[in-house]
Design a protein around this ligand. Structure first.
Ligand code: AMP
Length: 190
């Protein structure tokens, strides 16, 4: 199985690239952000709980996020592998993912981090906010908080996997096709 973590700050292109990767490698794309938004749209108890955090650009608590992720994986056992997009975002989530996959006799194949300068991220997020309707993409102070949360809480997840030789950075600027090729050439070695 290929279990890939597609990593990077908000606006680094994880969703766009994940959509291309799932096609090429027949994987299941699991985006925790998309799952939260689906629940928010449908006013489920999970969506209502997550909303207050997401609207501020803060992380949803680990226990809620981890349980949601596990449920999604368990609902879809017969796949060639998973692309985790936007998860794990804390060390506790990374440890939970490792243990969860281990119980299934699986492991994380690798983490690829899209590397994009902050100015470019802000530009992309504001642009996306114009037609996505995502409130957290429309307000510069919420965007700044998301990038800050990424640097403080999420970036250490890269080092967690790097120490185990399972993480690499990939330049996340250029055309969508160029970035996709860079990712595929890294996946080749996993
Ligand atoms: P995203 O679509 O990945 O940018 O996620 C949108 C928002 O959902 C984030 O700003 C967080 O509030 C929340 N979220 C998504 N994934 C996670 C996660 N793994 N842990 C905690 N919160 C998350």
């Amino acid at each position: 199985m290929l279990n890939l973590i597609l990593f990077g700050p908000p606006g680094s292109g994880k969703g766009t690239q994940a959509n291309k990767l799932v096609e090429k490698y027949s994987l299941l794309h699991i985006s925790t952000g998309d799952l939260f938004r689906y629940n928010m749209k449908n006013d489920t108890p999970l969506g209502i709980e997550a909303k207050s955090y997401i609207e501020k650009g803060d992380l949803v608590p680990d226990s809620v996020t981890i349980n949601m992720l596990k449920a999604k994986v368990n609902e879809n056992p017969d796949v060639a592998g998973y692309i985790f997009d936007g998860f794990p975002r804390t060390i506790a989530q990374a440890e939970a993912l490792d243990n969860f996959l281990k119980e299934k006799g699986q492991s994380v194949s690798g983490l690829l981090a899209l590397d994009v300068p902050d100015e470019e991220l802000i530009k992309r997020l504001l642009e996306r906010g114009k037609d996505s309707g995502r409130k957290d993409d429309q307000d510069e102070s919420i965007i700044a908080n998301r990038i800050d949360v990424y640097n403080k809480e999420t970036a250490p997840v890269f080092d967690f996997y790097k120490k185990q030789n399972r993480a690499d950075k990939v330049l996340g600027v250029g055309t969508i096709e160029n970035i996709f090729e860079r990712l595929c050439s890294m996946i080749f070695w996993m």
